[in-house]
Design a protein around this ligand. Structure first.
Ligand code: MN
Length: 289
């Protein structure tokens, strides 16, 4: 049962679109292989596409859809991990080579490894900004390095400068690794305690940024439908403010939204995820000449 033709993102308003005339290239990847707690992330992309039909074109500031949104055929991710990540990587690479902004929809967080492989191949240096409840810095987890719990360790392996936002769950080993590798972060407790800083990213952070947004970075009152929820997350407007600042500080060249595990009959989380995707498109739109 591989759903190959869901509606495109916001197709309710945009109808059929052509890839060459669209800035945003939505790449749905129904990847679910290493999920360790609540299941269902493989259905996340379809739930986001479905919920996007209910979005208004106006995002509160403008109409990001005017830049064009093209949705690629679903990557069903039925094959071995390495092969599926290669497919994701290829799509992301092609989109970037065409001057487009890849918008990867997961799927478990491992899909980001596909995007990282594409970014690794590009000439310019790119910083990775991660929104997440968890550090995802384990070298291996449950016998594999291609686990959702290891994605940021893979980013370190590839030499990316990373910045973590909203983290509130770490293993002892991750705490040590963070210290040893001097990984910069703005943890959820720090935001709750001190508020949002004036500037987010360190001065020496790369000019080009890729955002990986694990929806469990948000508070469970905003998004409940996710495999490994954790209390005390980012609230909606705080997340938007931080994202807005990053979009103004740097150039966002692509992003992903991962780990939505839809609960049948409960649409709140699906719609919040679709809104998150569209709002980030809006921030890119407003900061692109
Ligand atoms: Mn994660």
């Amino acid at each position: 049962m591989s759903p190959t033709k869901p509606p495109g993102f916001l197709a309710s308003e945009l109808g059929e679109t052509r890839p060459e005339s669209c800035l945003f290239h939505v790449i749905p990847a129904c990847y679910e292989k290493s999920v360790s707690y609540g299941k269902g992330a493989g259905q996340g992309p379809l739930a986001i596409l479905d919920a996007s039909q209910q979005l208004e074109l106006y995002d509160g500031s403008g109409i990001p859809a005017q830049r064009g949104i093209f949705t690629h055929p679903v990557i069903d991710c039925g094959g071995p991990p390495e092969k599926e990540l290669e497919k994701i990587s290829g799509r992301v690479k092609d989109a970037m080579a065409a001057g487009k902004v890849p918008v990867l929809l997961g799927g478990e967080h491992t899909v980001t490894v596909g995007a990282l492989k594409a970014l690794e191949a590009s000439e310019k240096s790119v910083g990775i900004v991660q929104f997440d409840a968890h550090a995802d810095l384990r070298d291996t987890y449950e016998g594999t390095g291609l686990s959702h719990a290891c994605v940021m360790h893979r980013a370190l392996d590839m030499g990316f400068y990373i910045y973590q936002i909203g983290v509130r769950s770490l293993s002892p080993g991750e705490v040590v690794l963070r210290r040893e590798r001097e990984i910069c972060h703005l943890d959820a407790a720090e935001i709750a305690d001190k508020g949002i800083p004036d500037t987010i990213l360190p001065d020496d952070f790369p000019e080009q940024v890729y955002i990986t947004f694990d929806v469990d970075g948000l508070d469970p009152s905003v998004i409940q439908a996710t495999g490994t929820p954790e209390p005390g997350g980012l609230f909606w407007y705080d997340a938007m403010e931080i994202l807005e600042k990053i979009a103004a500080e740097r150039k966002i060249i692509g992003f992903d939204v991962v780990e939505l595990a839809p609960i049948p009959g409960f649409h709140t989380s699906d719609f919040a995820s679709a809104r998150l995707v569209y709002n980030i498109m809006g921030m890119i739109d407003r900061n692109t000449p």
